[in-house]
Write a protein that binds this ligand. Structure first.
Ligand SMILES: Cc1cc2nc3c(=O)[nH]c(=O)nc-3n(C[C@H](O)[C@H](O)[C@H](O)COP(=O)(O)OP(=O)(O)OC[C@H]3O[C@@H](n4cnc5c(N)ncnc54)[C@H](O)[C@@H]3O)c2cc1C
Length: 409
């Protein structure tokens, strides 16, 4: 049986209980809607820890502001680490001397930190608890099978029955059944690279500095965790990633240490590994009648630049803001004008981020001499021109900043 609560405003069915869907459900509940949230996975019982991925995500200031407004910021921050600086290093090979080495300090643009590295499991547990407090209906272990159109709304058929709702928000990940049921096409291109995500302990303190090594094959990024521990996102060509994933723990640890030692000292224990084939994707449309797409149901970006979930939380903030304004005017959240305004506000930003992260990921991984030279010179130029450097830092954060520059529906 789903967990029930009394309805207030119009019901929105949110499909997908990943970080984007949970944030969307919580934000739409705050905007005055009743929420029915479906996930293929079970929801942990109240008080039970989320048995989620050990994976972490770097969330920038504006994304953290949104989590604060949703009432989960403090809980998520409890097991997170501040990101005070970002160090970019261009290496011709794993062992070679750096060709360029530039550190961006948050203090240079008047901030104490760019954001925080948070655990996805913690974010999920805190968001589910907030939704329960908000009285959302949670349908766990209810994989959506299809969405059918009816005269006055939608019928969502799932593994445990069906559900009627006047509107659906798709947050069911990159293979979104909602997106496919609504016949929204997506453009995707396999990059030929895979990200290995793990975490490790190290001898020297990271001092809140995230280090991104630009080396042939792909970026090797160490992001601070609490204590002398960092998370690692290591991008390699698919075949090489497969080989690394098959290594016994001790041999994999040695491979990590060989690359980490000169930056963070000796490596202790290495956590579980997960492999993520990188296939950048963007949906052609973000809306259909009575439906909106967000998170990885709408776009999947390379981890280079830590934009993925930050971009998804921006989708959430924009949609919830539009719905809140419509509710204040007594209009339904599924009006065609509102949905179009959402798409117009988000699609150009998503496309721009996809292009930038794809270009960056390719440039970082390349060992073609002209590309490497451009990458190295670009970094050196940033290091030498403080004004340009500051603009880049603002650019990292500002497009997400609130209040939102929204077109009114
Ligand atoms: C290695 C790596 C590092 C990253 N680092 C960062 C970072 O530092 N910063 C950042 O901002 N982003 C980062 N990202 C991106 C970020 O992790 C993702 O954007 C985010 O986790 C995706 O969240 P989501 O909720 O959109 O999708 P998902 O997490 O995929 O959630 C989808 C949900 O939908 C459910 N679902 C699927 N199908 C159905 C169905 N048919 N019916 C019902 N439910 C269904 C699933 O059970 C799941 O709960 C990284 C990604 C990778 C791979």
């Amino acid at each position: 049986m789903p967990e029930r609560a009394s309805a207030t405003g119009p019901t929105i069915a949110v499909v997908g209980g990943g970080p984007a869907g949970l944030a969307a459900a919580a934000a739409l509940a705050r905007a005055g809607c009743s929420i029915a949230l479906l996930d293929a996975r079970p929801f942990p019982a109240p008080g039970e820890a989320s048995p989620d991925e050990a994976r972490t995500v770097a969330l920038l200031g504006p994304a953290l502001e949104l989590l604060d407004r949703l009432g989960v910021g403090a809980e998520v921050a409890a097991e997170s680490a501040p990101l005070r600086a970002l160090r970019l290093v261009s290496l011709p090979s794993d062992e070679a001397e750096p060709e360029a080495d530039v550190t961006f300090e948050a203090a240079e643009i008047g901030l104490a930190e760019f954001g925080r590295n948070v655990r996805i499991g913690r974010l999920r547990a805190a968001s589910i608890a907030a939704l329960r407090r908000a009285g959302a209906e949670l349908f766990g272990e209810a994989p959506l099978e299809t969405v059918l159109r009816e005269r006055d709304g939608l019928l969502l058929v799932h593994g445990r029955g069906s559900l009627r709702a006047p509107m659906v928000v798709a947050a069911d990940g990159r293979r979104s059944v909602v997106r496919r049921s609504l016949r929204i096409a997506a453009e995707e291109r396999a990059s030929g690279r895979t990200a290995i995500a793990t975490s490790f302990s190290h001898a020297r303190p990271h001092r809140g500095v995230s280090i991104e090594l630009h080396r042939p094959g792909g970026a090797f990024t160490m992001v601070p965790l609490p204590g002398d521990r960092s998370s690692l996102v290591w991008i390699e060509p698919d075949a090489s990633a497969k080989r690394l994933m098959r290594l016994p723990d001790a041999a994999f640890r040695d491979e990590v240490e060989r690359r980490v030692r000169r930056w963070l000292g000796e490596v202790g224990e290495v956590g579980p590994r997960e492999a993520w084939p990188l296939v950048p994707m963007v949906a052609r449309r973000l809306v259909a009648p009575r439906a909106a797409l967000l998170g990885e149901a709408a776009h999947a970006l390379s981890p280079v630049g830590a934009q993925g979930l930050n971009t998804s939380l921006r989708d959430v903030a924009v949609l919830a803001e539009l719905v809140g304004r419509a509710r204040a005017r007594g209009e339904p959240p599924w009006s065609p004008d509102l949905l179009l305004a959402y798409e117009r506000a988000r699609l150009p930003d998503i496309r721009a981020r996809l292009a930038v992260t794809e270009g960056l990921a390719a440039a970082v991984a390349s060992d073609l001499p002209p590309v490497r030279l451009a990458r190295t010179l670009g970094l050196r130029l940033l290091g030498a021109l403080p004004a340009l450097k500051q603009r880049v830092m603002h650019g990292l954060i500002r497009p997400m900043a609130l209040p939102l520059p929204l077109p009114l529906p």
